[in-house]
Design a protein around this ligand. Sequence first.
Ligand SMILES: *Cc1c(COP(=O)(O)O)cnc(C)c1O
Length: 420
Amino acid sequence: MHTYHVPLDLVRERSPERPVALVRPNAVAQAARWFQDNLKADVFYAVKANPSRWVIETLVASGVTAFDVASLAEIELVRSVLPEARLAFMHPVKSRAAITRAYFDHGVRTFSLDCQEELAKILDATGQATDLNLVVRMAVSTDGAAYTLSGKFGVSADQAPALLLAVRQAVKDGLMGVSFHVGSQCMRPSAYEAAMAQVGRAISRAGVFVDIVDVGGGFPSVYPGMVPPDMSEYAAAIHRGFAEMPVSETTELWCEPGRALVAESSSVLCRVDLRKGDALYLNDGSYGALFDATHSRWPFPCKLVRDAEASPELKPFRFYGPTCDSIDQMPGPYWLPADVREGDFIEIGMLGAYGVAMTTGFNGYGEHEIAVVEDAPMASLYGLAPRSIPTVRTSAEETARKVVRFSRPKGKAGQRRRRR
Ligand SMILES: *Cc1c(COP(=O)(O)O)cnc(C)c1O
């Protein structure tokens, strides 16, 4: 990967034809350090947030050697970087073939499940293995999250005790755990504490001993108008929640951050291929790295990357992506200098999580180049940049955005998203 000091250096050197993922490995390293230094938990990186090889390599170099994987492809990717990585197959629904290959070919011992049928499937597909670590995914309240994840997975409170008992009996020489996911971009640290209390009640009712408490992902990043509390409050809430749980001294605490480890680390450099009034047609869009900008109107920050001087006046723009599909639009508004024009480059920030990871090849677009840049991210929860991104918005827009932000994404795309 070529390294540039700042994105403008890349634009000066050559005008890239394809969109470029601008990556900042240092930001991943900094986030990894925060989790290891501040959370008394084993960190499993949720690979789906950004499965780029450089991310896995940077995490490994920073001491994160455990990974939450959800498919054979993710398992193979991590193994190819670090053969001895600790892998947890945390997708609650897996095919028999995937379980068998994960167990026998890739040495995966940790699997999650949320029902009796999946438990039976895992035991069967591993030849009744006695060295399994089995983690029960519990449904918890997800009020504080921008994306709720309760709709698809997790055993309900009334069915949890029976499942916990069954899993406790199925675990022989391995560990038995519980996990949950408070929802992605969780803006309320207390959500973790509340979830842990809920899970604790189920453990008490079942009367089982639990070896692992896995608080899942959901740790936030920062976006315009979406500035979370200090990360230390998340650590404090989790430590308090853990102390109150009916578990023992030897019970392990795990977490599975995705977004919080990678969101700051990448932006995407796009080119304006046409301007029509306040509409900018870009060479990246919702079938590329901007899925969230379309389907949940996620407010990504952006800036013009131009050598010449730009108008000091900012104006609101809409973006359109490169495909012929009319859904390929990002309503924004994105505030840019009033004189933005064809041939200009725009850096869209905070796209390290669920950005390039969402790219499809639809209509022949979607491929990104990768370049390393050495400047700071547009915002940072870990001290690399300001903690917030100024918003240039009318109060009416702000109110409208809040409604969008805390309601479920609608339609097919939303369903695809709630998997997290
Ligand atoms: C997606 C996912 C994560 C990561 O979620 P973030 O909100 O990105 O932190 C962690 N665990 C599981 C099981 C997931 O599906």
